[in-house]
Design a protein around this ligand. Structure first.
Ligand code: NAD
Length: 465
């Protein structure tokens, strides 16, 4: 594989202007990082030391909240208020994991079995390669790094090339926190070369990847011959189901806050909205009123509630999917298939509301990753359920109904790892989160997240008298 030539340029999505030029790292630097991490694996660290690291990292986020948030806004484009809440969310993972470290103490089986005492140890699984997307650069890093460090697994982090600056800033802070040499490592640049080294180097035992399903599949295939553990947090295609007995005001408000976070570029944002026929008209009116209040602009402006998309490619995809839906008969209530911005204008896509979307429209099958709400009518609960489950994805879904029994009947049949009932709340650091079907493998958050980085070792020994 040829190394990538030239610098890595990071751009501000609000203007398209370059804000940093960085080196392109590749296979050589990744191997060096893995070898440094391997050295740290054998350093004997106690559980209480790990707890202290995690608490210090959480504190560093809190102390440098504003600076970290400003960097996220510059490289990702999201409004500052969202960037601050991302820093808080990231910190919460380190705090949460610091509480789980003690649960990894050796467990002795009660009594004897086969004439022996049995002890189960939680060992660090090995070096962990952590590959992070651009939509929540610090939070997605935190989900992985907090769990790996709690387990004592050294990490090699690869942020997205679109948003490496917040990770670089965080690593500057980590340098001051007295972690053992080699425990935390950062590489960025040539993604395929870095990915290949992480998949093939024998010291890497866990690869945790958050990103698109297509790249996740490619990495899984590459790692398979080396029998590595894969933790995959992949794409979503979230259905949002509104029954005719739902609190429509609430359903409309929740939809707006869920859908327009990070300008619709989140894995848990509703991708398709199914509304029971009798309430389509009032519901669409309520949503349109809320969308009309969104204020597009650069994330640094405190009045902004809708930032730009990440880049030209992201913009072009949203425009294409909206155009396809319109060609197949959708009516435009707000926004539409926007023209590509001129040089220097930034990647601002107008909030778009479509009704009467054809079930054949591409935006119902592919992640739109933009500020677009496609609405479809349904007749019966069974129709809604079948339409919602008709996808390879299974990450998040939302159900709104005034009848809890009815909602629970639907929820238990939905093949999604996260289902909001009368709310469109995303994940929390305190609970496991992850996808079913092609949305992923494994869970992040809660105690379960730590177990992804642990190898259990069972030690029988002659029974003590
Ligand atoms: P992406 O797959 O393009 O990139 C994700 C990461 O993988 C980036 O760091 C990228 O540089 C890297 N990458 C790309 N090609 C690679 C290769 N060949 N080898 C190694 N690394 C490679 O995804 P993205 O555009 O950054 O993020 C958006 C996607 O992430 C969406 O599909 C979204 O749903 C998903 N996502 C999922 C979750 C979740 O929790 N399930 C959370 C956030 C985002």
């Amino acid at each position: 594989m040829q190394p990538v030539a030239g610098p890595l340029t990071v751009c501000d999505p609000a203007t398209g202007a370059a804000i940093a030029h960085l080196p392109h790292y590749g296979a050589t630097e990744t191997r060096e990082a893995i070898e440094a991490a391997s050295g740290a694996l054998h350093a004997s660290v106690t559980r209480s030391q790990r707890r202290v690291w995690l608490e210090r990292i959480a504190r560093a986020h809190v102390e440098h909240r504003e600076a970290l948030a400003e960097i996220i806004t510059q490289e990702n484009g999201k409004p500052l208020v969202e960037a601050r809440s991302e820093v808080d969310y990231a910190a919460s993972f380190y705090t949460e994991c610091s509480r789980h470290v003690e649960r990894l103490q050796p467990r002795r089986l009660s009594g004897t079995t086969r004439g022996h005492d049995w002890t189960i140890f939680s060992r660090p699984a090995g070096v962990a390669g952590l590959i992070v997307p651009w939509n929540f650069p610090l939070a997605m890093l935190a989900k992985k790094a907090s769990a790996a460090l709690a387990a004592g697994a050294p990490i090699v982090v690869k942020p997205s090339e679109k948003t490496p600056l917040s990770s670089i800033a965080l690593f500057h802070l980590l340098h001051g926190l007295d972690l053992p040499p080699g425990m935390v490592n950062l590489v960025f640049g040539d993604a395929p070369a870095i990915g290949q080294m992480l998949c093939e180097h024998p010291a890497v035992r866990v690869i945790s990847f958050t990103g698109s399903t297509a790249v996740g599949k490619r990495l899984s295939a590459r790692a398979a011959p080396h029998v590595k553990r894969m933790a995959l947090e992949l794409g979503g295609n979230a259905p949002y189901i509104v029954f005719d007995d739902a609190d429509l005001e609430r359903a409309a408000s929740e939809l707006t806050s869920n859908k327009f976070r990070c300008s619709g570029q989140t894995c848990v944002c509703s991708n398709r909205v199914y509304v029971q026929r009798g309430v389509v008209e009032p519901f669409v009116k309520l949503v349109a009123e809320r969308m009309a209040r969104l204020r597009a602009g650069p994330g640094t402006d405190p009045a902004t509630t809708l930032g730009p998309l990440i880049d030209r490619q992201g913009f072009a995809k949203v425009r294409e999917l909206v155009g396809d839906a319109i060609e197949r008969g959708a009516q435009v209530v707000l926004g539409g298939a926007a023209a590509l911005p001129a040089e220097g204008e930034g990647w601002f896509y107008p909030a778009t509301l479509l009704t009467g979307v054809s079930p054949s429209a591409r935006c119902l099958r592919e992640e739109v990753f933009g500020p677009v709400v496609p609405v479809l009518a349904f007749e019966t609960d069974q129709d809604a359920l079948e339409a919602a489950n008709d996808t390879h994805h299974g990450l998040a879904a939302y159900v709104f109904s005034g009848d809890e029994e009815r909602a629970q009947r639907v929820i238990e049949r939905l093949r999604f790892g996260h289902v909001g009932f009368n709310c469109a709340t995303g994940p929390t650091s305190a609970a496991p989160f992850g996808g079913m079907k092609q949305s992923g493998l494994g869970r992040e958050g809660g105690e379960e997240g730590v177990l992804e980085y642990v190898e259990l070792q069972t030690v029988p020994s002659p029974a003590s008298a």
